[in-house]
Ligand binder design. Structure first.
Ligand code: ZN
Ligand code: ZN
Length: 435
């Protein structure tokens, strides 16, 4: 997941009062206390054993074991490495709860006693450090805690709970693979799908949410700008692709500022540029890696068309060969279903106190959770504050490491406790009490 628009969330975070733990119903408080050591142990294990996207072999195995131990009927290998745990508990609707499984190619620098020292190989075969820098370890532990709580309290609800561990969220592919492999046909099709995602700048004990459009649609785009190489001292005998790339990068910014209707959000970011070998050689190509973000297919198509038109026009103007533009499969926007949000939020407020639940603006980050709305399934992903209240007070919410940073870490106990309480409350809002 996606970077969060810090400016939009800061006011929220500063307004949030710390969670009043006194509001916990006594038996649930006792339940968490009884499970805390074991769940924190699981969290720390997952944190120090992260695996990259599409390589979550041990992680998937562990989540499958935990769901099995909790009492769910578990199937592994769904969409390659996906895990599905089903618990049927009488008549009633089906609620799906999703966690992601993967970590990122980041060398951890938190200095925590349980920090990751794991290494992995990225898709290009390069050795990289691996870290749960996006909090998916917290998501997994919340899922396991939610499964345990719901199954141990099965007398309180009726229906079917489906718990899934999804691989490859960071590469935007895991949800699609699981759905393609029959998530909605081989297993009970959900009436509702829920997920949570950590927040890097929200206080532990708080939840943030957005009704309707919440996270943008995203595509990766590769652009290869071609030229004619030669001696750095004889530019007149060459077509310099580095100059063309520089022009293109600036020109891309005018697609958003001059062509897209300003009331429709859009982003074009050039995240990587590779070209050339040394000071005095004009290379013959430059490769650009872009991410584009939008909330509608029309705007997405407009961005792609604008990128193609600009690099093609530049090539013509400079007698360069035609560039290539490849648009990779992306993810649709995550649109939280307003009727589902309206149903779940009062449950969260009741559980955690209304002052700890805040509505926030949408952001341009992306997620593949939006894909679970396939076939009209209502979906809701909410955000889990993870920063210790004293750290929030000390920093005034400013300068905290972003998600994907080597320095990001959630405060384990209050984050986990709030995540489990919020998710179990959300599920209970949707599954009727036992007759
Ligand atoms: Zn992420
Ligand atoms: Zn994430």
């Amino acid at each position: 997941m996606p970077r969060v628009h810090v400016a939009l969330l800061l006011p929220l975070v500063l307004l949030c009062a710390p969670l009043s733990y006194g509001q916990v119903p006594k038996d649930d408080d006792a339940w968490f206390s009884a499970n805390q050591d074991d769940l924190i142990g699981l969290y720390k294990h997952l944190h120090s054993h992260p695996e990259l996207s599409n390589q979550e072999f041990e992680t998937a195995k562990r989540i499958a074991d935990e769901l099995r131990k909790a009492g769910a009927t578990v199937t592994t290998g769904v969409g390659k490495l996906g895990v599905v745990g089903v618990f049927k508990n009488g008549a009633g609707p089906t609620v799906l709860v999703r966690t992601d499984l993967d970590a990122l190619p980041v060398v951890e620098e938190t200095g925590l006693p349980y920090a990751s020292r794991a290494k992995g190989k990225d898709p290009a075969g390069k050795e990289v450090g691996v870290m749960h820098a996006c909090g998916h370890d917290m998501h997994m532990t919340c899922l396991v805690g939610t499964a345990r709580w719901l199954i141990q309290h099965k007398d309180r609800w009726s229906g079917t709970a489906v718990f899934i561990g999804q691989p490859a969220e960071e590469m935007i592919g895991g949800a699609k693979e699981m759905l393609k492999d029959g998530l909605y046909t081989r297993f009970p099709k959900p009436d509702f799908a829920l997920a949570l995602h950590v927040l890097n700048d929200g206080a532990a004990g708080t939840i943030a949410y957005t009704s309707g459009p919440a996270l943008a649609g995203s595509n990766s785009v590769d652009v290869t700008i071609k030229g004619k190489g030669g001696h750095g001292a004889a530019p007149h005998t060459t077509v310099d692709p580095i100059v063309l790339a520089a022009l293109a990068i600036l020109d891309f910014q005018t697609i958003v500022s001059r062509e897209v209707d300003p009331v429709h959000p859009a982003v074009v970011t050039v995240g990587a540029i590779h070209g050339g070998t040394k000071h005095n050689i004009i290379s013959d190509e430059v490769k650009l890696q872009l991410t584009i973000r939008a909330y509608s297919e029309d705007v997405r198509d407009q961005l792609v068309e604008g990128i193609k038109r600009r690099v093609s026009g530049l090539a013509k103007a400079h007698h360069a060969p035609e560039p290539t533009v490849t648009v990779h499969d992306g993810t649709p926007p995550t649109i939280n279903t307003p009727s589902l949000v309206a149903r779940v939020v009062p449950g969260l407020e009741k559980e955690l106190g209304a002052s700890n639940i805040k509505e926030v603006e949408p952001v341009m980050g992306a997620e593949d959770f939006g894909m679970y709305s396939q076939g009209g399934v209502p979906i809701f992903m909410f955000r889990l504050g993870t920063i210790a209240p004293e750290r929030m007070a000390e920093t005034k919410g400013k300068g905290l490491p972003s998600l994907h940073s080597a320095l990001y870490y959630p405060e384990p106990v209050p984050s986990l406790r709030t995540g489990i309480r919020a998710m179990t409350a959300a599920v209970r809002e949707l599954l009727p009490p036992r007759p």
